[in-house]
Write a protein that binds this ligand. Structure first.
Ligand SMILES: *Cc1c(COP(=O)(O)O)cnc(C)c1O
Length: 355
């Protein structure tokens, strides 16, 4: 049923990729005069005069050990946003093919599709923010190449039923992309363990959220080797800078520190949810498996403006499907969350009519 070769765009299949100096010669030598770098050095030091490893071998070795998979099952990109773009360009013919998304979800899937002139089919999540599997399956057409599933989902914060996701993967000829940007904040297991048995599954993760390195722009796609090879074939040769590769590799030695932060964020998430639900102007704080809370207010706009006046910025999601009157609030430090609560106490006082 699943035939990767048939799914790939003709031009990508035929493409002879750019061959960089560092991919043509990856051995050891004394003098490198093959890449037109500045051999004198760099004013920034740190060997920045040299191009980075185009295949991020050190980082892949560390990630392979961490996830108990092979380095050939890992793609590393300039943020997971790069992986989203590359997947569309590998599989979707502009002006003809489609992706399928389940709103409300991460905005970059449809923006990237728009940039690539790829049509977007939308099948709304259910009222409980779960996948509507029969509706998705009947919306899929012969031109649907990719289904994007975000779990835990942004902005709703919930994990999608694993059985539904597996059902979609097993009954779709195209690629299912499961975006796990927030996987570190849930106790549910990652889908990475499924890539070996499902050739049409791509799992995205990122160093931007729990790992605290959004500014470095490093994201990952986990899939079987043939898909990773295609992504590598069409990526810009030096897509991850040397400073980003080195900093992420060093940070991976600090996994225990990240673990402590994640535990603290989870604790803060539940106490903040509890505090929020006590306000009369809060309709509900949705259960969250991510590092944010989606909160429904009686008047989201008034709360948004009040918080802004206290110099606290949250994300207004009230115009998003199924998220009417909702704000998305990232879990901050205990101090930041306390300031948020103080500002909301203040809002409560101002809006309580005393008689
Ligand atoms: C934040 C986020 C990302 C991260 O993208 P990067 O490019 O890796 O920073 C990916 N997917 C979702 C759903 C996100 O919320």
């Amino acid at each position: 049923m699943f035939d990767l070769d048939r799914l790939v765009r003709d031009n990508v299949r035929r493409l002879k990729p750019y061959s960089s100096a560092r991919s043509e010669f990856a051995g050891v030598a004394d003098i490198f005069l093959d890449a037109n770098e500045n051999s004198f050095g760099s004013p920034a030091g740190n060997g920045f005069n040299r191009y980075p490893d185009p295949l991020q071998s050190d980082l892949k070795r560390l990630l392979a050990a961490m996830h108990e998979i092979g380095p050939e099952q890992i793609f590393i990109g300039n943020g997971s946003d790069e992986a989203i773009d590359l997947l569309m360009r590998i599989f979707c013919v502009p002006g003809r093919d489609e992706i399928l998304i389940c709103p409300p979800t991460y905005g970059m899937y449809s923006v990237t599709a728009g940039i690539n002139d790829v049509r977007v089919r939308e099948v709304s999540l259910t009222e409980t923010f779960q996948l509507d599997v029969p509706a998705i399956q009947s919306a899929v057409s012969g031109r649907t190449k990719l289904i994007f599933i975000c779990s835990p989902n942004n902005p709703t914060g919930n994990v999608m039923s694993r059985r539904s996701v597996i059902n979609l993967i097993e009954n779709f000829d195209g690629i299912v992309v499961v975006d796990e940007a927030y996987i570190d904040f849930t106790n549910e297991p990652s889908m990475i363990g499924e890539i070996t048995v499902h050739p049409n599954l791509v799992v995205l993760q990122t160093f931007s959220k729990a790992w605290g390195m959004a500014g470095l722009r490093v994201g990952m796609a986990f899939a079987n080797a043939p898909i990773v090879e295609l992504m590598t074939k069409i990526k810009p040769p030096y897509n991850v800078s040397s400073i980003a590769q080195a900093a992420v590799a060093a940070a991976m030695q600090e996994e225990s520190k990240i673990g402590e932060w994640i535990n603290e964020i989870k604790k803060q998430r539940s106490s903040l949810a509890q505090a929020l639900e006590a306000y009369s102007f809060v309709e509900m704080a949705y259960p969250s498996d991510a590092n944010f809370l989606l909160v429904k207010f009686a008047d989201a706009d008034a709360v948004y403006r009040h918080l802004l006046a206290s110099e606290i910025v949250v994300r207004d999601r009230s115009n998003v499907a199924l998220c009417g009157s909702c704000l998305r609030i990232t879990i901050g430090t205990p101090d930041e969350n306390e300031k948020l609560v103080i500002s909301l106490d203040d809002f409560q006082r101002q809006n309580t009519i005393t008689t």
